[in-house]
Design a protein around this ligand. Structure first.
Ligand SMILES: [Zn+2]
Length: 291
């Protein structure tokens, strides 16, 4: 159903945003091993007011619970595990506020979900404005500040490109793409509303502080990307969309898209070299970190 409010909103949002890339609207689904990027249409991950009704997120969430104490619950209690690639039925995530929540093309956030603890991380962004896309959930924001400090100490200062995106923003963005490119094409580079990790407040696209290659494939060749691949887990983040795992994640390699899952989980996932989908479908970590 076409929603004229949404499309007006889309226009307003797109008109007011910086030109970055569409990367991580959820990026393109490419065949495994295919070469990088048919660059998605140059529009920006929009931002703006939410205006969406929201109900309180599960207040019982305990973000700091070490993942290894409750491996089966990783994934936000989606009933059938993982396996995103596409095709299957789409599950609505039962516990969207869980830090380890799995959001992808087969596991979507509830329509009215909005994270309740969004804050502005104290890190530089590639833009100056105070926009929605600066926001992250509290725990992730605090971890991000430490990660940025770590990168800076290594001589590789970073800048944020785009973090939180409301359901309304993702809806507007997606509808706009569909209008312009048709649904089939839009699905290759944009996440449908409810299926973008950016809506969780736990994901962020980053770039080097010099602002080069923001959410673009060329970022992968930078020392910043290398540092992130080697160190992000120490701060509780994973590089969410890995090279060669496109058929599992449903997205092309995105060296700039970081997802906060907590330190224990991030370390374990990175050590195993797996995607969140694979990790969660195993149910129990292969090797438990010492606690
Ligand atoms: Zn992203």
């Amino acid at each position: 159903m076409r929603n004229s409010y949404t499309s007006r909103l889309a226009k307003a949002l797109l008109a007011s945003t910086l030109v970055l890339t569409a990367g991580c609207t959820g990026a393109a689904l490419t065949e495994p091993g295919s070469s990088p990027s048919p660059a998605p249409p140059a529009q920006t991950p929009a931002n703006g007011s939410t205006g969406e009704g929201s109900k309180p997120a599960d207040p019982g969430t305990k973000p700091s619970t070490p993942a290894n104490e409750q491996p089966p619950s990783a994934g936000g209690a989606v009933t059938p595990p993982a396996n995103s690639g596409g095709g299957g039925a789409i599950q609505v995530i039962a516990k969207p506020a869980e830090i380890a929540v799995l959001v992808n093309k087969t596991n979507k956030l509830p329509e009215n979900y909005k994270p309740q603890d969004l804050v502005d991380p104290d890190v530089p962004f590639v833009f100056k404005e105070k926009l929605e896309k600066r926001k992250m959930r509290k725990e992730a924001a605090s971890a991000l500040e430490k990660l940025f400090q770590g990168a800076k100490d290594a001589g590789l200062p970073l800048a944020g490109v785009s973090a939180y995106r409301s359901h309304a923003t993702q809806t507007a963005l997606y509808n706009n793409y569909v209008k312009k490119h048709g649904e089939e094409e839009a699905n290759k580079f944009s996440a449908k509303p409810g299926q973008s990790e950016h809506e969780t407040g736990l994901a962020i696209d980053v770039a080097g502080a010099n602002g080069k290659c923001p959410a673009q494939d060329c970022f992968g060749a930078t020392p910043e990307a290398k540092w992130l691949a080697e160190h992000a887990h120490e701060y509780g983040f994973i590089v969410r969309y890995l090279k060669g795992k496109e058929s599992i994640t449903g997205y092309q390699y995105e060296p700039w898209h970081l997802r906060y899952v907590g330190v224990e989980l991030a370390k374990d996932i990175t050590k195993q070299g797996v995607t969140l989908e694979e990790y969660i479908s195993k149910g129990v970590p292969v090797s438990k970190p010492k606690s």
